[in-house]
Write a protein that binds this ligand. Structure first.
Ligand code: B12
Length: 435
């Protein structure tokens, strides 16, 4: 903790910082930084914290920033609830245990530092890496290059079993908190248009919608962020209530892409302009044409320009495709008989060396994905999710035969319960039993 007790006169500060007296007075007059206390006789009295503030500002200048930009950065970091000097204080105390490459301030190096700190559950170091990045780069670039790409990298490590669930949760918690703080610290909207942002039912990945909200808020728009798992009727209700100019929905998985389709159908019926994006549309681009509303593109950076175009009213609405009749009829059969299908599946599967809890989770996961794929017109959409299931089985050393036995029993259960209607499901299941 750096002392804030007023203790040093002007001369001592000039000696310590190497600054000219006029410059220091000008900073105080123009920016109020630092703002020393005064003695009874009116002389300036600085604290150690004031001295460190001056050093922080001169370091930013030596990195090429103008003094006014350095002051802006100081204010942005403070407004996000972080002490800009927090990093330098702890750096001095525990230099040895912190980063080995503290002088490497490229974006890639800072991202690597942030990821390493998250994997070590080291919040102070992670915050330091971010503070350093915010002191050099634009807020938008840090959020995209360090937090978003960092989360994607941690996601890959988790997927390949090189990072634990706890590490991934810790990192996403830190990333979300920082974006949240930046959002709350953003200046009030300067533009009259309102954008509603959120996740459709069943979608809990809130990081990118929150990030999109921040980026749009920083462009002066009035952004209302609704968060995870918003029921369809709540979206429609709120869009009308706040007279939203645009509603943005984000889905990362197949199942939430299907619920996103339902929500956007309802919004388009009430005439609201809507847009969407997310990982699943990059993985399975053919889903896009089944979704009413505008696709915002494959990256978050580019989506911001798309939003601006939409707000200018330059893009026409497009009609959405509907799944083939055969798929919709299979979906109907599957939904009405799902409980029966799943209980006969469990009966067919006996005996199997899977715990009842894991079995129930697997059946629930697959059932949701089958229904979503039918709704979105192609059973092959589930392939991506199966890869996920397969590599999980592999990561936990489960034999691959467990999967084909499971799919075969599923196919039999479909035959027993919706024979004749379940063809798209059966054809697809077959491709897994023939492996
Ligand atoms: C953090 C995280 C979580 C956290 C979310 C915390 C939070 N509040 O956001 C929690 C723990 C809740 C979670 C839960 C689950 N998760 Co998760 N999660 C992740 C992780 C690691 C990051 C998610 C994220 O923020 N992605 C956004 C960025 C970082 O990803 P990106 O793909 O690089 O983004 C690019 C594009 O996709 C695109 N994009 C993304 N969003 C948007 C939005 C717009 C508008 C636009 C235009 C573009 C766009 O632009 C980006 C490039 O600019 C991902 C891994 C990953 N790579 O995404 C898994 C991941 C998304 N999760 C996954 C899974 C399976 C789950 C669970 C089912 C796990 C479980 N068994 O419970 C649940 C499902 C929850 C639900 N129903 O929604 C899978 C999804 C696989 C799949 N095929 O469906 C992933 C891909 C991990 C994996 N490789 O297996 N998860």
């Amino acid at each position: 903790m750096i002392s804030k007790i007023p203790a040093f006169n002007l001369k001592a500060v000039l000696r310590e910082t190497g600054l000219a007296a006029d410059t220091l007075r000008a900073w105080e007059r123009r920016y109020g930084l630092p703002m020393p206390q005064r003695t009874g006789g009116g002389h300036r009295l600085y604290s150690q914290y004031d001295i460190e503030t001056i050093k922080w500002l001169t370091t930013r200048q030596s990195e090429g920033l103008s003094i006014s930009r350095a002051v802006d950065l100081w204010n942005e970091i403070s407004a996000s609830g972080t002490d800009p000097l927090a990093g330098s204080a702890t750096l001095g105390l525990s230099n040895a245990s912190t980063s080995s490459n503290t002088s490497d301030t490229t974006m890639n190096a800072l991202r690597a530092e942030w990821i390493a700190a998250c994997l070590n559950f080291n919040e102070i170091m992670a915050e330091q890496a971010l503070n350093k990045a915010f002191s050099i780069f634009q807020v938008e670039d840090v959020c995209l290059e360090i937090l978003q790409k960092g989360m994607a990298e941690i996601g890959k490590l988790w997927y390949s079993n090189h990072a634990s669930v706890q590490q991934e949760h810790f990192a996403s918690g830190l990333a979300m908190r920082r974006i949240d703080a930046l959002l709350s610290a953003s200046p009030p909207p300067t533009r009259s248009q309102t954008v509603l942002v959120g996740c459709p039912p069943g979608e809990w990945h809130t990081f990118t919608p929150l990030l999109v909200s921040l980026l749009l808020r920083r462009r002066g728009l009035n952004v209302i962020y609704l968060g995870a798992n918003v029921p369809t009727e709540r979206f429609s209700e709120t869009a009308t209530k706040v007279k939203a100019n645009l509603v943005i929905l984000v889905a990362q998985t197949l199942v939430s892409a299907a619920s996103l389709q339902n929500t956007l159908l309802s919004l388009s019926n009430q005439g609201t302009t809507a847009a969407f994006g997310g990982r699943i549309f990059n993985l399975r681009p053919s889903i896009i044409e089944y979704i009413p509303g505008h696709f915002l593109g494959n990256t978050i950076e580019n989506s911001i320009q798309e939003v601006e175009r939409l707000l200018k009213g330059k893009i026409k609405d497009k009609p959405a495709k509907i799944a083939p009749e055969q798929h919709l009829s299979a979906l109907h059969g599957f939904n009405t008989k799902r409980t029966l299908i799943e209980s006969s599946l469990k009966k067919n599967l006996q005996p199997l060396s899977i715990s009842p809890e894991e079995l129930n989770n697997g059946i629930y996961f697959l059932g949701n994905n089958i229904a979503a794929a039918l709704q979105l017109g192609d059973m092959e959409h589930v392939a991506e999710e199966m890869e996920w299931l397969k590599s999980l089985l592999k990561a936990y050393s489960r034999p691959p035969q467990e999967l084909s036995k499971f799919m075969e029993s599923y196919s039999n259960a479909i035959d027993e319960q919706i024979n004749g209607q379940g063809d798209p499901i059966k054809t697809w299941l077959k491709s897994y039993t023939e492996v």
